[in-house]
Design a protein around this ligand. Sequence first.
Ligand code: PMP
Length: 459
Amino acid sequence: MTVVVGSNSLSHAVAADRAYVWHHLSQHKPYETIDPRVFVEGKGLKLWDANGNQYLDAVSGGVWTVNVGYGRESIANAIRDQLVKLNYYAGAAGNVPGALFAEKLIEKMPGLTRVYYSNSGSEANEKVYKMVRQIAHRHRGGKKWKILYRERDYHGTTIGTLATSGQPQRAEQYGPFPDGFVSVPHCLEYRKQWDVENYGERAADAIEEAILREGSDTVGCLVLEPVTAGGGVIVPPKGYWERVQEICRKYDILLHIDEVVCGLGRTGTWFGYQHYDIKPDFVTMAKGVASGYAAISCTVTTERVFEMFKDNPDDSMSYFRDISTFGGCTSGPVAALENMRIIEDEGLLENTIKMGDRCLSNLQALMEKHRAIGDVRGKGLFLGAELVADRTTKEPLDEKRVQAVVADCLSNGVIIGATNRSLPGLNNTLCLSPALIATPDDVDRITDAIDKALTRVVG
Ligand code: PMP
């Protein structure tokens, strides 16, 4: 650890941050009197800030990104070697790491054959929306242009992807939005919308109802997170995915799985959808693809979709009229190649399942002790604990106390997250997503911090 407390350069950086940086997701008024937290160094799951404080990061860089942990020299070296050889070329030409990573990725995704590069999750999702619209124009007689999305899911921060935000508070102040994006109900059984036995199938049937309401000839695509992330860590109930697949086939609707969070091992399989028997037409991914060592996102699709974009070579409108300038950076795919090698060689999928099970059972044990935990859920190292004021009525614990639990963990050196300011009245789920290299000690330390925080905050 090389951070020198109070060193000139670090205190200067903190002052510069306070003076000039506009932080994501932040109300800045408090920074008029206190310093923002500025991180300096990371190793494994550990982080150090500019004041020399050490933390255990249980959220992989804040938003489920650093899957292989901090301080990976082999990724840094691979990027360096590539950058001095060729850093960039965009547009119609390819590059070597882009080709090699696409090949490796496709090996992990049977049924999918083509990778389109860009550099954020939002952008990868926008590409799908544009592809669906172009298919509607060229191949569906102007029909099947609508895109269905689900309550509580999130697909990005641009105006287009916010039009598919199932988290209303994120979108509220940024309308009007483009037409043709239609919401379907969420599938969280803990907060039931239907009193039935086969909840998964019933929740999927609600998608069919929306399709029939809109007119099946108008609906081209359905976008879903395999496990909903910021909307409350929602693992769809039994029977859900199978029924969703059936419905998409029945009405010839393209199925788009947003793996921006779940992709590259987070749930213990390469992709979240691979826990189920489904065949997506589009898969998008970003965060864990290069674990935050470089910016990269991918839109992956089938040969059937790809073929539709080369139907008439003489027609200037018959290819995908899209580019992503930084989709031509070689740092992304070269980092992604090394990131994937690490996940494979270090057995991180297996570790994710083991540590995920341990974390889930620790949380279940905490549920026995703390009545404030209403529900725990998750898959792999992607877990949530929903906090309630009353277990019987399931009244959510108020946001202030949920944030106090997060703050207490932080003061105890453990960074956890919460569904924060996205769902009216339901910002009450603690979120855990440590790096896939987490050890039993790490997992126990995280759940121990939550235990202590709940005792202090709720009693
Ligand atoms: N999809 C999901 C499921 C996400 O969680 C996010 C980001 N939190 C995005 C898309 C958007 O990704 P980005 O911030 O890289 O644009």
